[in-house]
Design a protein around this ligand. Structure first.
Ligand SMILES: Nc1ncnc2c1ncn2[C@@H]1O[C@H](COP(=O)(O)OP(=O)(O)OP(=O)(O)O)[C@@H](O)[C@H]1O
Ligand SMILES: [Mg+2]
Length: 239
């Protein structure tokens, strides 16, 4: 089942044409890594998929609906099935971790058990700490835990593992893989870590000079002779 279809997507900020014709699609159950250098337009692309940013031209269909043709209430409906973690993460400063989780559980009417989430995300030592007082990496983990609470059909993650230590990075990927396997949800993410792309992503989109220079399965890219996705990236993208 097709979840997202993007054709000839164009987006400029003033004279800066960031996206110059992106073609992309995501099927149910796929984990897709969007890669490219700093400023390539990855976050812009994800924000458009999250329905947070308007675009200038082209089509973006999510669950078969063209985003810019939707009314406000139709858009709300589409948003119910999407969860996203953006950067930087800002949450209510006066709430403790466990309070935040409870708040979002109620908001999403989530059937997920908060205690299970606390265990899965290793949050026990932090449950009574104020979100504001957590380290950057733990803020990231709590934000991700909240994103899963809504049991989204599509999960959009902008650099979810940046700033996480190796154990937390591992834990997060195990959780993403398990969630994806269990629910058949689609995960679209950006990362600058090419090892993660190679290990966990089914497909890779390389954004370069405003276009999807490569959009293929990780397997197909590696079968063309690259030793790793890192080697592929370095050979395709100049500084
Ligand atoms: N709100 C904005 N207004 C004006 N220009 C913007 C805005 N957001 C992003 N840009 C510009 O658009 C381009 C793409 O930015 P974007 O954040 O999408 O890149 P990115 O690929 O996510 O980069 P990074 O890897 O550093 O996160 C950059 O030139 C950036 O300066
Ligand atoms: Mg970015």
């Amino acid at each position: 089942m097709e979840i997202v279809r993007v054709s000839n997507l164009q987006k400029a900020y003033g004279d800066n044409k960031v996206l110059r014709g992106i073609d992309f699609k995501a099927e149910a159950g796929e984990i897709i890594g969007v890669i490219g250098k700093n400023g390539a337009g990855k976050s812009t692309f994800l924000e458009i998929l999250m329905t947070l940013k308007p675009y200038d031209d082209g089509n973006v269909l999510i669950f078969d609906k063209e985003l810019q043709a939707l009314s406000t209430s139709q858009l709300e409906h589409v948003r119910k099935d999407i969860s996203a973690v953006l950067q930087p993460t800002q949450f209510y400063k006066t709430l403790k971790v466990v309070e935040l989780l409870k708040l979002f559980k109620a908001y999403y009417k989530s059937p997920i058990d908060i205690e299970q989430i606390i265990t899965d995300f290793k949050l026990e030592p932090h449950r009574k700490k104020y979100f504001d007082k957590l380290s950057g990496g733990w803020k990231q983990i709590v934000s991700l835990a909240i994103a899963f609470l809504s049991e989204p059909k599509m999960l959009i993650l902008d650099e979810p593992t940046t700033g996480l230590d190796p154990h937390m990075r591992n834990m997060l990927w195990i959780y993403i893989s398990e969630y994806n396997g269990r629910t058949g949800s689609t995960v679209i993410l950006t990362t600058h870590n090419m090892d993660e792309v190679e290990l966990y992503c089914d497909k890779v989109m390389l954004l370069n000079e405003g276009v999807n220079e490569v959009f293929d399965t990780t397997e197909a890219i590696l079968s063309t002779g690259y030793k790793s996705i890192n080697e592929f990236y370095l050979s395709k993208v100049s500084i």
